[in-house]
Every structure is written in C-alpha cells, then in structure tokens.
Design a protein around this ligand. Structure first.
Ligand code: PRX
Length: 665
C-alpha cells in the first residue's frame, strides 16, 4: 500500500493549459479539425442535425446497399443506418486491396523478444493483400467447421496476428466473435462461452509473457470439462509447449487452413447484425456481454480514430496502441478503427518491461511509430522505471500521444508530455467505455487546448452532460452523473441475454439518458473531469473489475467466510484492490502470510492475475449497517489510510473500526 495521493484528488486543482504544439501543426499539413471554431461548428452541426452529420461520416465507408434511414430511436433501442448492408472485414481489408493498396502494410506485429525468437526481434509485416488471403483462408476454415452467419465464435488467444485474422474472418462470414482476454482463467472462459453459446473456441498452445508460457490451451481444456456444448477447439501453435489433445474436438490452426481457398466472399451484413460480444464487469453478478453491431460501430470507430488521432494515410503514420485486444481499446483502436483509415497498426506480444523497461521505446524507434496510445497506469510505471529508458531511444517520430482507461494524474501527464512527447506532441486523454464503442470525450490533436487530467470536450454527436438524478444539468464544477442524452452510432445495443439488466444499468437511474456509471464535473470552459465510478466497478490500471467478482472468488476459498473488496489509492495502478476478509473457525492458527498468498493465488486462478488483491486484511467481522449492508465507503477510507469522517452511527460494532485499522496487512 502507498500513501500517494489519489490521482482523482490531484485533478481538482489543475488549471495549466497547453495549446496545440507548434511543431505538430508544422509537421501535419492535413489536420482534420484544425481549430476550435471548426470543432464548435462541427459539434453544433452534429447536435442540430445528427442524421446529416452521421450520414456524411458513414458515406466514407463502403456499403453494399445504402441505408434507408440514418437513425431509428426508441429509447433505449437504437438502430443506425437502417436497412444498410455492409461488411466490417471488407472495410478493413478488401477495400484497400480493391483500391490498389494491397502491397501496403496493414499490421506490423512484433513477438516477445528473445523468447519468441532466439535471434532477437521477430517481426511480421502483413500487407492488406496478405491479410485478405489469410483472413479468407481462416474464414473458409471456420465454415468447414460448420460456423454460420449469426454464430458466436470465442477467441482466447495471445497477442498474435492470428487473433486479428480470426476476428476479421468472423466478421467476413457474419459470425460474431467474443474475445476473452488471455490473462483470464478457466472459469472466466466458462461463464463467457456459456453465455455466448459458442460451439467453437480458437486458442493458442500458449502465449509468451515475460519469458514464460501462459498455458492458454490448458485453460481451455479445463474450461471445456464444464462446457459440453463446445464442438471444436482450434489451436494455433505459438510456443511449442506440450498440450493435451482431445481427438475429434481439437484441430491445429495450420492443419485446418491447409488447402483452404484464398477466396471467401464477404457476407452482406445488415447494419444492425451483431459484430461482436465483449464481456465486461458490472457492479453485480457475472460479467455482461456488451453487444456491438456492424454499421454503427464501424462508422463510429473509423470516425473517432480519424479525428482523435488525426489519421491521414497521405502522412506517413504508424499507429501503436499498447492495449491487449482482449479489451475494447484493442478492438476499436488496434483493429477496427485503424485498418479502414489505411494507417499501419502495430500489435505487440509480451509485456512492457520485458526483456527490459525500454521495450516500447525500442519499438517506437525501430518502427518509427507516430501515434502511441496507452493507459495512465503504464505512464506511471514508465515514470517509476526512470527516464533513462526513453532517453536512450530516438522518439522523434512520435506525433500524437494518447491515454485511456482512467483519469491521468497531472504529474504523469506532464512527464508524458515532456519525456516522451518532447513537448511537441498533443496528448489526447480519451474517455470512453466498452459500452460506447469509441471515444466519447476527448481532445482533438492540433485543435483542442489541453489541461492535464481533463478529457476536455465531447466528440461529435455526443451530447454529454453532468446531471443530477432528475436529469437536470448541473452548474460548472458541481459533481454529478455523467450521461449522454442522445444516441450515437457506436453505442452498445444491449447486454447479451439480459434485457432487464441493460435497462436497469444504463437507462433507469436518469430516465431517457444513457448513464455512463462515472461521476464527473464540467468546469467553466465546459471541460469534463472524470471523478471515478459511481458503482462497484473498479478500474485497476485501466482494467475494469467488479468488486463482486473478486469477492465471490475470495469466498470460494475454503478458509474464507466473508469478504469485501474496495478500491484504494495505488502509486502505479491508480487504483488497487483492498480485500477485507473474515476467516472460518478452523483458521485461528493459520499463518496469515501464507494464507494471504494462498488467497491471491486462488483469485488469480478463479479470475486472472489482474484481480489479485494488493492488500488483504483479516478481520473478525465486516462493518455493516443495521440492515446488514457492508459499509464499503468506510472500508474505502480505511484502505486509503484516511480518517473516517463519514457518519458511522449506523455501524453495528463501533469497536470494529479500531480493529480493522489495526489488523495486519
Ligand atoms: O471510469 C471510466 C474509465 O474507464 C471506464 C470504462 O472502462 P472499460 O469499459 O474497461 O473501457 C476502458 C477503455 C475504454 C469508464 O467508465 N475511463 C476510461 N477512459 C477514461 C476513464 N476515466 C477517466 N479518463 C479517461 N480517459
């Protein structure tokens, strides 16, 4: 635990403003939105005539058949580009080939150094032409397994190009994908595959991470003991580790694509056909499958990527998003938003500090990366490792820096600006969510003056506001609920199999408005400041976890009777996990350090390593109200080492407070 101030507290006092750097303006002849007048005019247009604005954006994509209506809105159900027929894969791949760009690079992938390849860097540069061939072969392979339009294929892979290929192959044939982050454990696979009813899982033998093999196939095997509906497991050979084989069910990727035709027509998908499910944590129960459909998501990711990063194929650009594709950031800004913009996208395998802390800077230098997009937690880690790592590389190719996933504290922002951006790269602090499909509040480079810690102004078409529970907009600087009052093309179309939860979570608290689940304020100039989640979702270094999920994992350990999990300030992650745990009667003599390790391991096994608590305190009882509710806010104060200022008169047992403070860590 650390006594570092919460990044969120820091934000509230920041007011330095940074105008778009001159060098950026000089180096970029084309800036899609070059000044605030243009921004305001376009924003106003998008508010006053959303259908006209979005029709114009959508016309930049390829449609087999045009839409008949831009929007059909029956709150909370949106249909965009109604009647339009298109294909996401066609827009990402074929279109470039048809326009004679087949020899240009689409994906630039780098394996984990040393372990992936003994000679050093294993790099694959995949052109649009090669991508079309590989995607078509795999699409035909999926068809040969019986995958049809409308099915959901689960992808549980490492960061290899074949993950992007598999996603695009699904999109090509009209199957939806559900990507599961490779850091999740077997039981996370079980929940997601069951909910999605996937019959096919695509995985790898293993994934390289920090010189070790993450046993992806073994995790799938374990999950499959509880998944009788899974008919096929396709296994990409990546690490060469031993794997168990289930004859009839398992097939090697390379065997399966052998002899498959390079030709596979793109299905003409309805604009509202499901493109993918992506499971994300909510405040209660199991992860929810967020539904994104084809046309709206396609238009929204391409448009946001184009403006937020000023993508322009005529200007030599290389886009590097460090997120794993298992999260929405990788879906939208490694794959779907970038490829149609004809800018090469960088994928990397491994971990940021392996084999050394300069992994990213080494890649930026060798590949002449122009756009670098990462999470504040990573920036804080870079700061801690020391500036000698970036200083030992030539980072002058960089032009735009981005952050995503959580508020960035001004100290980290300034460091990013000076040490990585050499004060000449705009920083885009992009606020958005799995549910929003793409950026909703963000600066535009070369346009928006930035203030460290603020995600600044809404993207075109986003009617964002800070309101009270009656839906009334609050005055400047008053904290309230972040909502979006109009539909936008990238919005989720529901939670898979759970209509009620969709309505409850997003549309009930403030009727008629989309509730983001974040607290926010807007300052005098209209800039947004995100103040953190208002529900029991915690952002751990930009990764979203529900406290309930971690609590259920802890309680499933034999020694544990009850557990409460809250967020606490953490120097690197921004927010860490603190667990308060009551033990069963048999554990009186147990060694607490060993038990703590055993609990951490157990959580890693149940959910994945990202969910391991940073602090575990054992206690005889948890503080509860008389009606039996755990007092989480009080636990948050205790975990943060703060004085407990809130009213504790409803606390069952006053002496518990003192005990909780004392209990060892
Ligand atoms: O709390 C907000 C935070 O991340 C949440 C969404 O998490 P997830 O769906 O996993 O998507 C993360 C990547 C898009 C939001 O509700 N968040 C995301 N970006 C920012 C942010 N908080 C502050 N500033 C941001 N730029």
């Amino acid at each position: 635990m650390t006594s570092a101030p919460s990044p969120i507290e820091n934000l509230l006092t920041e007011n330095r403003t940074f105008d778009p750097p001159e060098q950026f303006l000089e180096r970029n002849p084309v800036i899609h939105c070059a000044d605030m007048e243009t921004y305001k005019a376009l924003y106003e247009r998008s508010m006053n005539d959303p259908e006209g604005f979005w029709a114009e954006q959508a016309s930049k994509s390829h449609w087999f058949e045009p839409w008949t209506k831009v929007l059909e809105w029956n709150c909370p159900d949106a249909k965009w580009f109604v009647g339009g027929k298109t294909n996401m894969c066609f827009n990402c791949v074929d279109r470039q080939v048809e326009d004679g760009l087949g020899d240009q690079y689409a994906i630039l992938w780098e394996g984990e150094p040393e372990t992936g390849s003994p000679e050093g860097h294993e790099v694959r540069r995949i052109t649009y032409g090669a991508l079309k061939r590989d995607v078509s072969r795999f699409a035909n392979a999926l068809k040969s397994l019986g995958v049809k339009r409308g099915d959901v294929v689960t992808l549980y892979m490492g960061m290899v190009p074949e993950l992007a290929i598999a996603m695009l192959a699904c999109a090509r044939i009209g199957a939806a994908h559900s990507v599961i982050f490779g850091g999740f454990a077997a039981s996370a696979i079980v929940d997601r595959v069951q909910d999605a009813q996937s019959k096919v899982i695509v995985t790898c033998d293993g994934a390289w991470r920090r010189g070790s093999v993450v046993p992806l196939k073994a995790n799938v095997d374990e999950a499959c003991t509880r998944l009788p509906g899974v008919e096929h497991v396709v296994v990409l050979k990546r690490c060469g580790n031993d794997v168990q084989w289930s004859e009839g069910r398992d097939q090697w990727w390379h065997t399966l694509i052998h002899g498959q035709s390079d030709d596979c027509a793109c299905e003409h998908m309805d604009s509202e056909d499901l493109l993918f499910l992506l499971y994300t944590s909510g405040s209660t129960g199991k992860p929810k499958g967020i539904r994104h459909t084809t046309g709206g998501y396609m238009v929204y990711t391409a448009t946001t990527a184009r403006y937020t990063f000023n993508l322009e194929p005529g200007q030599r650009q290389i886009f590097f998003c460090t997120a794993d594709i298992g999260w929405i950031t990788g879906h939208s800004y490694t794959v779907y938003g970038i490829l149609p913009n004809r800018v090469p996208t960088v994928m990397y395998e491994g971990a940021p500090a392996w084999p050394a802390e300069d992994r990213f800077w080494d890649m930026v230098e060798r590949h002449r990366v122009t756009h670098f997009y990462t999470a504040p937690t990573a920036v804080r880690a870079f700061m801690k490792w020391g500036e000698e790592y970036p200083r030992s590389h030539d980072l002058r190719s960089l032009q735009v820096l981005g952050t995503v996933g959580e508020p960035i504290n001004p100290e980290a922002w300034i460091w990013y600006h000076e040490t990585i951006g050499n004060e000449c790269c705009p920083i885009v602090d992009t606020m958005w969510q799995t549910e929003t499909g793409g950026h909703i509040i963000t600066p535009l480079p070369g346009c928006t003056p930035t203030v460290p810690g603020s995600c600044t102004l809404p993207f075109f078409g986003i009617d964002a506001a800070v309101v009270n529970e009656q839906g009334e907009e609050l005055p400047a600087n008053a904290g309230g609920l972040l909502v979006i009052r109009k539909p936008w093309p990238g919005m989720l179309r529901g939670i898979h199999n759970d209509r009620e939860r969709y309505i409850d979570t997003y549309w009930s608290k403030v009727p008629g408005m989309y509730l983001a689940g974040d607290g926010a304020r807007r300052d005098e100039r209209g800039y947004f400041w995100i103040m953190g989640r208002i529900d029991d979702v915690i952002n751990i270094g930009g990764h979203r976890l529900g406290t309930m999920e971690v609590e259920s994992a802890l309680v499933s350990h034999d020694a544990v009777v009850e557990a409460a999990v809250v967020g606490m300030p953490h120097e690197i992650k921004g927010t860490g996990l603190a667990a308060f745990v009551t033990l069963g009667p048999d554990c009186g003599d147990a060694n607490h350090d060993e038990l703590r390790e055993s609990l951490r391991d157990h959580v890693a096994k149940e959910i994945g390593a990202i969910a391991k608590p940073d602090m575990i305190r054992f206690t005889n009882a948890l503080p509860k109200t008389r009606s039996g509710k755990i007092m989480r806010r009080l636990l948050r104060d205790i975990a943060a080492g703060k004085e407990v200022t809130q009213d504790t008169t409803t606390l069952e047992d006053f002496s518990l407070l003192a005990k909780l403070r004392e209990s060892d860590e």
